[in-house]
Design a protein around this ligand. Structure first.
Ligand code: PEP
Ligand code: MN
Length: 366
């Protein structure tokens, strides 16, 4: 159930509703950042909901009360009717960019951070092409324990050096709750990988931080489970969650996974959280990445996360699906042409400049 307060309802009226919710045994959750306060009732209480609905509907300052059938209350668009906009770039030397609403935001970089020179070089290349954020894994989830596991703390330090050199905010994966504090110290955005989508303990810990989160969909998870995973983070009080479609397992084996393009409009309808497409992991092949990237944006995604490497043949992970910087730059040009068609503005850092005060909105060249 959600209680939608009237626009301009007083603090006292909101407090009275909250008190009454608490008295029923539910946990009230006030959604911040919306003009009209919306109070969600969380928890399981054995009570006649229809009677309760009437009781709340007659309280001062209440506009309407609505029963929500979805199990994800906080991720539901009912609770937060407007699309969420998130500012990414909380570290002091990051140049913040927005995701959500009209904005189209691109995160790009290598699968793994391999060396300081590698990550700074790629950061400069993707920044020059107009990317808004730098991606790069320092803690890597690999199918084999014998594969490269990432540089760990050293990798985080190299990411920070790349941010200092370009101003690009950094998105990097946190694999384990033990590393959360150290990853938060260096990252602007915490990535939760596909394999950890239902690591509920990790989701709870990340929910306690105030770092924006990029939550990747588990390849075997339904949209409803994806939204429930986001709900864990939101329930901790961390409202800044982005959802990333990165391909699901189907019978098709001509690509690494199958991009669930349908999930984009489905998610946009069900939730206010920004949706990001990862065409790199979804296809597993650089040849298909640009087409699927553009398809994702045409379907309504708010952003992309794309793997880029100067020398894909020698990449320590995911080289086959990594674009060379030149191809990435062409993709950005294509996105600039697509953006106005889908009523979007491409958010990007001004090329090659570090420490610039605000995010540049690169003029659309249609
Ligand atoms: C990655 O982003 O490099 C990654 C491992 O992604 P996923 O968790 O989607 O497989
Ligand atoms: Mn990868």
């Amino acid at each position: 159930m959600i209680i939608v307060m009237k626009q301009g309802a007083s603090e006292g009226q909101v407090a009275e509703v909250v008190q009454r919710v608490e008295a029923t045994g539910f946990r009230p959750f006030i959604n911040p950042g919306v003009e009209r306060k919306v109070i969600a009732l969380l928890g399981e209480v054995n009570i006649d909901k229809v009677q309760l609905l009437d009781a709340f509907a007659t309280m001062d300052g209440v506009e309407r009360v609505q029963l929500i059938s979805e199990p994800y209350k906080l991720a539901s668009r009912h609770t937060h009717p407007d699309p969420l906009k998130i500012t990414l770039g909380l570290q002091p030397d990051a140049r913040p960019v927005t995701i959500g609403g009209q904005s189209l935001t691109v995160m790009a970089g290598p699968c793994s951070v391999e060396s300081e020179a590698q990550i700074i070089g790629i950061a400069q290349a993707v920044s020059a092409a107009g990317a808004g954020l730098l991606r790069g894994g320092a803690f890597k989830p690999r199918s084999s324990p014998h594969s490269f596991q990432g540089l760990g703390l050293e990798g985080l330090k190299y990411l920070a050096a790349a941010r200092a050199a370009t101003g690009l905010p950094v998105v990097t994966e946190v694999l384990d709750a033990h590393d959360l504090e150290i990853v938060c110290r260096y990252a602007d955005v915490l990535q939760i990988g596909a394999r950890n989508m239902q690591n509920f303990a990790l989701l709870r810990y990340v929910g306690e931080t105030r770092h924006p989160v990029l939550l990747k969909r588990g390849p075997g998870s339904k949209v409803a489970d994806f939204l429930l995973a986001a709900e864990y983070i939101l329930a901790g009080g961390n409202h800044q969650v982005m959802l990333c479609e990165r391909g699901i397992i189907t019978f098709e084996d001509s690509t690494r996974y199958t991009t669930d393009i349908n999930a984009v409009p489905v998610l946009k309808r069900q939730t206010h959280l920004p949706v990001v497409i990862d065409p790199s992991h979804a296809t597993g092949d650089a040849e298909y990445v640009p087409a699927v990237a553009l398809a994702g944006i045409a379907a309504g995604a708010d952003g992309l996360i794309v793997e880029v490497h100067q020398d894909p043949a020698h990449a320590l992970s995911d080289g086959k699906q990594s674009l060379k910087p030149e191809r990435f730059s062409t993709l950005m040009d294509q996105l600039r042409r697509l953006a106005p068609v889908v009523d979007r503005t491409l958010e990007s850092a001004a090329p090659g400049q570090a420490g610039v005060e605000s995010a540049g909105r690169v003029p659309v060249t249609a």
